[in-house]
Design a protein around this ligand. Structure first.
Ligand SMILES: [Fe+2]
Length: 175
């Protein structure tokens, strides 16, 4: 019934991430996944761990200082839960809250937010979203002016990813 536990490499573009979420939603029987992810010295990554039509689970890793720009997901509720490191989350009026390990935030669809990684160590989070991309209408992300803003755009403060050689979160040595 269950396949062997597998390491999920990150999706390196928005297109790849979307395709992986849609493909995983075809799985209609139980499967397991590892929370292992490679740490970063620059940039951010998303690994699509699991997905159904109505639910997506990603592992997100941000290098220290990594950030994104104010945006909203008009058709998706999502939540972040911090496994390692810390982040400062901001709302549309620059109101801010600092969250650390084992703390989380729920962002119902349509709410503007941004965050950056405040810890010296890379920030590692689980992101849970509803629904899958396949049930959302484009555009999937909007900036504060209501215009489309892709997650992998310069406007969203995307920088080249630099992986930390041989350094992983959640590495039990077997996965
Ligand atoms: Fe977002």
């Amino acid at each position: 019934m269950l396949d062997a536990l597998q390491f999920t490499p990150p999706a390196l573009t928005n297109k790849e991430m979307k395709e992986q979420e849609v493909a995983l939603s075809d799985k209609k029987t139980p499967y397991v996944f590892s929370l292992k992810g490679q740490l970063l010295d620059q940039g951010r990554t998303d690994s699509v761990l699991a997905a159904t039509d109505d639910l997506t689970i990603r592992l997100k890793i941000y290098a220290s200082g990594g950030e994104n720009e104010l945006h909203a997901h008009p058709h998706e509720d999502h939540s972040f839960m911090i496994l390692q490191g810390s982040a400062r989350f901001f709302g549309p009026d620059d109101e801010a809250i600092e969250l650390g390990q084992w703390e989380g935030i729920m962002l119902p669809r349509g709410n503007l937010y941004k965050f950056f990684a405040t810890s010296e160590e890379p920030l590692v989070m689980i992101r849970v979203g509803n629904p899958n991309y396949k049930k959302q209408a484009a555009p999937y992300r909007l900036n504060a002016k209501g215009e489309e803003m892709r997650g992998d755009s310069k406007e969203n403060k995307t920088v080249p990813v630099i992986f930390r050689e041989g350094a992983f979160f959640g590495d039990r040595g077997s996965a």
